[in-house]
Design a protein around this ligand. Structure first.
Ligand code: CA
Length: 232
């Protein structure tokens, strides 16, 4: 029996494909490789991979279309690996259901860390979900979902209802970058012109209350123009 994680790598540049494949294989993953969207679809259907690493610039179609196709009937995690580095590209991919976005050129350790993180979160959400009485722990941070209370080093952090909702949301998806639009939709439902400002104000208060310091490895990371991620 083979119990390795199966990774479908969709990439048309041979050098990058070889690099990513070697990296994954030496770290214990099984790699299935596709150079086009069409072959990726066929291999996806026959292998049902655990995770997909997806380039966007592919010869037969845009990888974004493959992402949309996959998301129509599957939650298989997808990490986009692309040279497109604009905020808009990242936001579009994340809003279409990509679990993470890595820009080329990329670091090997970073890519491996993102793969592990996405697989871990996916396992967590599939098996546990949002359990009543569940707790989230990250270093000194503890979230008690049942009591809707947040602690750092056993000291309670007083959050407003909205601030708590944002922290709880980010923690549920820890490791995953959530776009501004995704957070606004979850927290306030409809968005308006002031939504992003409102989110930023809440987030600034949350970060201050959690003791965030510039330049340090804080609980919540802000990727400017894209969204927020809670470390995991
Ligand atoms: Ca390409």
């Amino acid at each position: 029996m083979n119990n390795k994680y199966k990774v479908l790598v969709v990439e048309d540049e041979v050098n990058i494909m070889n690099l990513v494949s070697a990296l994954l294989e030496t770290n214990g993953y099984q790699v299935i490789s596709a150079k086009t969207c069409a072959s990726a679809k066929a291999l996806y259907a026959s292998y049902i991979p655990d995770i997909i690493i997806l380039d966007l610039g592919l010869p037969d179609d845009d990888g974004m279309n493959l992402l949309k196709d996959i998301r129509q009937n599957s939650l298989t995690p997808v990490i986009v690996l692309s040279a497109r580095s604009s905020e808009k590209d990242k936001v579009d991919a994340l809003d279409q259901g990509a679990n993470d976005y890595v820009t080329k050129p990329f670091g090997s350790t970073e890519l491996l860390a993102r793969v592990r993180s996405v697989l871990r979160n996916n396992r967590h959400s599939a098996q546990e979900g949002r359990l009543p009485g569940g707790k989230f722990v990250l270093n000194d941070l503890l979230i008690d979902y049942d009591a809707r209370r947040v602690f750092i080093k056993d000291c309670e952090i007083k959050l407003t209802q909205t601030e708590y909702n944002i922290v709880a949301l980010l923690s549920e998806y820890s490791g995953k970058m959530l776009t501004y639009a995704a957070i606004i939709k979850e927290i306030w439902g409809a968005s308006d012109d002031g939504s992003i400002k409102k989110l930023q104000v809440n987030m600034a208060n949350i970060r201050k209350k959690l003791g965030a310091k510039p330049g340090e490895n804080n609980y919540i990371i802000n990727e400017l123009g894209v969204g927020y991620r809670m470390n995991d």
